[in-house]
Design a binder for this molecule. Structure first.
Ligand code: IMP
Ligand code: MG
Length: 185
């Protein structure tokens, strides 16, 4: 894999902006769930850095669980119509206030499938917190209750978002320079 510097077209959201917005979201979530039980569910793998940082700004007692979903796809960077759970939750969400934490809502199919599946398990409430929203690519309608940033239709990486599984660790969100990026065969 190439170094990120070699495939970065531009920094879209810098570290300070990310941290400021994540703190705001944490405050808002803390206000909304004051006195309530809360279970954060991270959608692996992209949601990890965001959920970890967000959690530190949530002042109400809360639990965490994790799940993974894979979308049947056209290509690796496209999401198609259906999604499949590849790692289910450990916890029973019944009667819990569930907040899904996801890196990005793109076509919307991933979150739509997760919402549909978890909805059948009788949670007390079920909401969505997404760091990024790419509305131009939406195919499935999904409600986003807490949103970090709306972004243009560009392929981005960093802060949980991967470039063929690499570079999730970066503390900013960058745009990929598709002329410079050479995917491994
Ligand atoms: P959706 O089902 O199309 O909404 O897909 C959402 C998933 O696609 C996210 O969880 C990401 O893993 C991936 N994804 C969508 N856009 C990007 C991007 O620009 N960079 C990296 N991953 C992306
Ligand atoms: Mg993802």
């Amino acid at each position: 894999m190439q170094d990120y510097q070699d495939v970065l077209a531009e920094i879209l959201i810098d570290t300070a902006s990310l941290q400021k917005r994540v703190a705001e979201l944490g405050k808002q979530i803390s206000d909304d769930y004051r006195g309530e039980d809360l279970l954060l569910i991270c959608i692996l793998r992209g949601g990890v850095p965001f959920m970890v940082d967000l959690s530190r700004h949530i002042s109400v007692p809360h639990m965490m669980d994790f799940m993974a979903v894979s979308s049947y796809g056209v290509g690796k960077r496209e999401s198609s119509g259906s999604a499949r759970v590849t790692l289910d939750l450990q916890m029973d969400i019944r009667d819990h206030n569930v907040l899904l934490v996801e890196d990005i809502v793109d076509s919307g199919h991933t979150i739509a499938a997760v919402l549909q599946m978890l909805g059948t398990r009788q949670p007390k409430s079920l909401k969505v917190c997404a760091l990024l929203d790419k509305p131009e690519r939406r195919e499935a309608h999904v409600p986003i209750d807490y949103l970090g940033f709306t972004i243009p239709n560009k392929f981005v990486f960093g802060y949980g978002l991967d470039l063929d599984e690499y570079h999730r660790n970066l503390n900013f969100v960058g745009v990929v320079d598709l002329d410079k990026y050479k995917p491994a065969e």
